[in-house]
Write a protein that binds this ligand. Sequence first.
Ligand SMILES: [Zn+2]
Length: 203
Amino acid sequence: MKSNLFILKLKKFFKRNAYSIAVGTCAVFALFAITLAAVISTTTTKDVGSESGNLPIETVTPTAVIFSSPIEGADITKEFANDKLLEDKTTGYWQTHSGIDIAASAGTSVLAVFDGTVTAVEKTMMEGAVITISHTNNLVSVYKCLSENNIEVAIGDSVKKGEKIGEVGESLKEKADGAHLHFEVHEDGKPINPTIYLENDDK
Ligand SMILES: [Zn+2]
């Protein structure tokens, strides 16, 4: 009889509080649904995002910098060498080579390899005319052994990728190599192998 009384009391309780119980149950279900949705959405973001976290793909894609050739269709005749010595035909000494040499006859157009700003135009005794251009990503391109008489840019000029900046000339420093462009790329102030950024033509 005692249990019957308990059930009766329970029934009464539910009748009196039916509204509150209904609202409460709904609230619990809603909270559960929201939590479930949140868990699913974070899992989905992780799948799409990078391995390092939940960053969207767009923000982790680096700026693509690809240089065009400073001389159209010409071959590299002397490679970059900062950790080994190459024979310098002019001096006979074995030395490092802080850029690449691209053979081309005097008067051949020299082109900016990427959009940038001209930061130096020098006329040197040993290396002929030298033009320096600053680019994005702390990259700098340097064009040596140019003709002093056909410089087409000045300090502060904005240049576009492929724009003519001067012509191949002569230099005393690498005279024995014949007419060529000595081309350097500096990254964070240090010379690096220019072929890393040069477009691969696969001639
Ligand atoms: Zn050189």
